[in-house]
Write a protein that binds this ligand. Structure first.
Ligand SMILES: [Zn+2]
Length: 458
């Protein structure tokens, strides 16, 4: 087996099994994937001798599959992992109480180490692409570029009707998105209204839309985590929030609508055929004690559905395999219909759906000619699977595989991880810098508490 180093140029990957994600369950055993300029040139079954020689990497007894897309993430928040346990961040009150009180002390230099920790965590769990939403995106981008991951980085905007905050954040977001135009083949700058109608008012939304159109970027917002958007629209001119998004043209650009746990099914037809994608986060729905997003109904209406992990304050880990099986179990539990969303559909959501959400090409998310060469490998020995004929590989990938079993990861033809070693980031150093950053944050919070206690004592 060829060894993979930081600068290994791979022309052909050979593996015992390749799950191509063609919608028909095809598995090539054995198979080869030829790669050229970051894209897949050809995928073929091997019947005779396995290819070998310069540029050929034979991964042996693994399943190769398309990389997973985390369609809703907030990378810097690994700095605050754990702080929100027991609080629903899907409510404005929980978000303000637990997060904004800490984020008020966050300064740009405390961001990069936590982004590196998150990216390494993603790579180790089979995520090759992600859509991020957070402020200080200019501090996030250099680390993501170093990681080699494919990403859409949206500058998160919270304006809450404050004119000064709105103009400051819009200017920062526009400047950032402009700076990313042409900066990378795999990373792009987007705009991130934190939540439509809730903390970004229509005036801000229309500016965000105009910038997105001008730069060919997309939008990434939280949506329908409660009925707050519909309540706001009903009180300000009537109609539903989805109606208003359509009227405003917000769905004419790639738009990620994260969560959608309170989205009434009768509003789904208005999302079909648009560039909007629902990014569902079933673990967070369960941990926050809210409803399941209407995944089955959305698929039936032809709405793009993607899967995300959200932040690790809301969701305690970034294992997309766990997230996939949680989606399946939650859909079955809620509907009382076993396999209401099938393993094949779930895998499609986590790959093709995610690529659509981040405005990838039609073939992206599949291992087919022309698609991006974003893929992962899992040792066969790590997949709990029944006998062939008893259980499909798709079922075993969703219900019998852990993200931590992923051994190799590639994005655009570049290896990000080999034999479970992340090649692009120094994980140990990032973790120790993250601890130092959190100690600084704690000291700032303690200092403020001391100052306000002192002020009260006078
Ligand atoms: Zn979120």
């Amino acid at each position: 087996m060829s060894s993979i180093g930081r600068n290994t140029q791979t022309r052909t990957i050979v593996a015992d099994h390749i799950w191509v994600n063609d919608g028909e369950g095809t598995v090539l055993s054995a198979g080869a994937i030829d790669i050229l300029d970051g894209r897949i040139e050809q995928v073929r079954a091997i019947t005779g001798a396995r290819p070998s020689g310069p540029g050929v990497v034979d991964l042996g007894a693994v399943v190769v599959m398309p990389g997973l897309v985390n369609a809703h993430a907030h990378t810097p928040m690994s700095l605050m992992r754990g702080v929100a346990e027991g609080t629903s961040l899907l409510t404005m009150a929980g978000f303000l109480k637990v997060l904004r009180t800490r984020e008020a002390h966050l300064t740009p230099e405390l961001v990069p180490a936590s982004v590196a920790v998150s990216c390494a965590d993603y790579i180790r769990h089979g995520i090759t692409s992600f859509a991020d939403q957070y402020f200080y995106a200019d501090e996030i981008a250099p680390v993501v570029l170093e990681s080699g991951m494919r990403a859409r980085l949206a500058w998160g905007i919270v304006e809450l009707g404050d004119d000064e905050a709105r103009s400051r954040e819009l200017a920062a977001a526009e400047k950032f998105a402009e700076s990313m135009v042409g900066a990378s083949d795999v990373v792009r700058g987007w705009l991130g209204p934190h939540a439509f109608f809730v903390d970004n008012q229509p005036e801000a939304m229309l500016t965000e839309l105009a910038v997105a159109k001008r730069l060919g970027a997309g939008l990434h917002a939280h949506f329908s985590t409660t009925s707050e958007e519909d309540d706001w629209c009903a009180a300000n001119g009537g109609g539903t929030a989805v109606d208003r998004l359509v009227e405003m043209g917000m769905l004419d650009v790639p738009t990620i609508l994260a969560h959608c746990t309170s989205l009434p099914v009768e509003q789904l037809p208005a999302l079909a055929g648009t560039r909007a994608a629902m990014a569902v986060v079933p673990s967070v729905a369960m941990q926050s004690g809210v409803s399941a997003a209407p995944v089955r109904e959305a698929l039936d209406h032809g709405v793009t559905v993607a899967l995300g992990t959200d932040n690790v304050c809301n969701n305690t880990n970034v294992d997309m395999f766990e997230e996939m099986r949680t989606l399946g179990k939650l859909a079955a539990f809620t509907s009382k219909i076993p396999n209401q969303v099938s393993p094949r559909e779930i895998l499609e959501i986590a790959t093709v759906g995610g690529q659509r959400a981040i405005a990838g090409d039609d073939s992206d998310g599949r291992l087919v000619a022309g698609a991006v060469a974003d893929l992962i490998a899992i040792p066969v020995s790590e997949i709990a699977r029944g006998p062939v004929g008893a259980q499909t590989l798709e079922s075993a990938l969703v219900y019998g595989t852990s993200g931590s079993s992923v051994s190799h990861s590639m994005v655009a033809g570049r290896w990000l991880m080999a034999a479970r070693e992340v090649l692009t980031l120094d994980v140990a150093s990032a973790l120790s810098r993250q601890q130092a950053d959190y100690d600084i944050l704690l000291a700032r919070i303690a200092e403020e508490a001391g100052a306000s206690n002192g002020a009260r004592g006078q």
